[in-house]
Design a protein around this ligand. Structure first.
Ligand code: RB5
Length: 145
């Protein structure tokens, strides 16, 4: 599975931690920036990563800002993106089983790095259940037009 990751300055430290952690597990995350703690704008970061997901350049995207909220809002404005802020273990597996999230989101200033790794591993170990959940996902692209 090809996974890309991006953050604003508020998520930079957590992004660097995840890159290092998963490299040790032989999982390579493609780093789409930002590349320092210098202030930058999360909508643009979300846009870069979401286009990458929508163009099938990766199978899953990880986005991080300070709280995970701004970058979630930005990501979910892209038709076809299902971005889920993972904040506990139950949510982490349901985000895959029910929502088939193609972007997972974290808060670099609000979440502990060990928890984030646990939620991400839980998400990756889960599988989409399809069925009624696929119908609801299909409906997502029709609402709000
Ligand atoms: C940046 O200071 C901060 O506002 C951003 O990282 C994020 O938390 C927005 O929701």
């Amino acid at each position: 599975m090809k996974v890309a990751i991006a953050s604003d300055h508020g998520g930079f430290i957590l992004k660097e931690y995840l890159l290092n952690h998963y490299k040790k597990q032989n999982v390579i995350l493609e780093d789409l920036g930002t590349y320092s703690e210098e202030s930058c704008d999360y909508p643009l970061i979300a846009d870069t990563l979401c286009r990458y997901v929508l163009n099938k350049q990766c199978d899953l995207g990880i986005l991080i800002c300070g709280t995970g909220i701004g970058i979630s809002i930005a990501a979910n404005r892209h038709k076809g993106i299902r971005a889920a802020l993972l904040y506990d273990n139950e949510v982490a597996h349901l985000a895959r089983e029910h929502n088939n999230a193609n972007v997972v989101v974290f808060g670099g200033r609000t979440q502990k790095k060990e928890d984030v790794v646990r939620y991400l591993d839980t998400f990756l170990d889960a599988s989409f259940e399809g069925g009624r959940h696929q119908r609801r996902i299909d409906e997502l692209d029709k609402v709000g037009e």
